[in-house]
Design a protein around this ligand. Structure first.
Ligand SMILES: [Zn+2]
Length: 419
């Protein structure tokens, strides 16, 4: 049903827009390449018989009318902007997959009861304005005129100016908020990690979107002469830091089955000389989970454990919270439906958390929302080497198509699912 060749050609068509010398893609939000790609995608949407409209933030909405136009909308979407020197799959898979699915319905002259819409969200990547998922935020009414003046790119151009250059009026931003009722939202996306590839799964059904809690830990000991200070007279900030690092790992491992990950990615030791016992260390700690409770457990245990390390090692440890975000829970009903759909297809699938944020996370508060992952080679993303196989893209698109066929029926209703 999915036209492999057509889908492949559409990817090729987009892959030359914003292409860099080394093969990477640069389509920064509202920039020239982004706009060129947008025009091409609008062409694909028109070919698929979709009616196009553009909202006050420039998000493109392509609608396939339903037999009952007044009914709630089954919605698909993702983005086509990229990071500097990124790939042609992040976001693009969700957009071209969605358009291909609707093109199939058009080819078959198939009737859907509920209207179906594909949304291309603007400015998903934070690369230009420092804030991610701007288009889906505007779509969900979370972007205000002051925000548009506040966010600036590296050249000092505000988001308000950038959208003005695209003939959109910043003062009308509130109108970008979607007015209709949404029955379901689905986003197909590359995993941007290597779980699917490593475990030989073609489809990942996302159960939640992890949110980070980040700390800076400052460990203060005593910088002393490494030769003249006996082992029992030291307040070594770096060995204390080593215990903190291991504690973060141990705690995350204990609840890793709940989708928790813990990383210490930054370490700065002072004075940083081989003949001096480190007197001060700074750590950057990142803890992510898809459930608030399991993340909170790790944080609480970390605080208790740090108190013990302080006492045992005679050092001071200050824990400063940098961010503390709430994970997005994904509709269990949607996960159940996607599992059912996958049963009708030969592709090996698994449930998994999403470590990265996506446009879908904003829609999750409005409608039953699902994210379908496909593998990307080596888990590499935001890089010229980002690559997903056409076979996997087609598999993901088939799942997307089967899901909307089912959900867009009048007699479809959500059933309670236990995960
Ligand atoms: Zn993306």
């Amino acid at each position: 049903m999915i036209n492999y060749r057509r889908l492949e050609e559409n990817f090729q068509r987009l892959s030359v827009i914003g292409r860099q010398d080394g093969g990477g893609i640069t389509r920064l939000a509202f920039g020239e390449a982004d706009w060129e790609a947008r025009d091409v995608v609008i062409g694909f949407m028109k070919n698929a018989g979709l009616n196009i409209r553009v909202d006050a933030f420039g998000n493109i909405i392509g609608r396939r009318e339903g037999l009952y136009p007044e009914k709630s909308v089954v919605m698909l979407g993702s983005h086509i902007d990229s990071v500097p020197n990124g790939g042609n799959f992040d976001g693009v898979v969700g957009v071209l997959g969605a358009i291909e699915a609707l093109q199939c319905l058009e080819d078959q002259q198939e009737q859907n009861d509920h209207p179906i819409e594909v949304v291309v969200f603007m400015a998903e990547e934070s690369s230009r304005f420092g804030v991610a998922t701007l288009g889906s935020k505007a779509f969900c009414g979370k972007l205000t005129p002051p925000n548009l003046d506040q966010y600036k790119d590296i050249d000092g151009i505000t988001l308000a100016e950038a959208i003005q250059q695209r003939e959109l009026a910043p003062e009308n931003i509130a109108q970008a908020q979607y007015k209709g009722e949404i029955k379901a939202f689905l986003e197909l996306h590359i995993e941007q990690g290597k779980v699917l590839e490593t475990t030989n799964h073609q489809i990942g059904i996302v159960t939640g979107i992890a949110a980070p809690t980040r700390f800076k830990a400052i460990i203060t000991g005593q910088a002393d002469h490494s030769g003249a200070t006996p082992m029992n007279m030291r307040q070594d900030a770096l060995t204390a830091a080593a215990e903190v690092i291991l504690l973060v790992e141990q705690l995350a491992k204990k609840v890793s089955h709940m989708g928790v990950v813990g990383t210490t990615g930054v370490i700065k030791a002072e004075p940083g000389a081989m003949n001096v016992i480190p007197g001060r260390v700074e750590l950057g700690i990142d803890i992510r989970a898809i459930q608030l409770a399991s993340k909170q457990w790790v944080v609480n245990e970390l605080i208790t454990g740090i108190d013990q390390i302080k006492t045992q090692r005679g050092v001071e440890i200050e824990l400063i919270t940098l961010t503390d975000e709430i994970p997005v829970e994904i509709s269990k009903e949607m996960v159940g439906e996607l599992q059912d759909v996958c049963k009708q297809h030969p592709y090996p699938n698994m449930l998994m958390p999403s470590g990265a944020g996506h446009d879908a996370m904003h829609l999750a508060s409005l409608a039953h929302t699902g994210i379908i992952f496909i593998p990307c080679q080596g888990g590499i993303s935001h890089n010229p080497a980002e690559w997903a196989s056409m076979d996997d893209i087609v598999a993901g698109t088939e799942i997307l198509l089967a899901a909307i066929r089912k959900i867009a029926k009048l007699d479809f209703s959500w059933k309670q699912t236990k995960l």
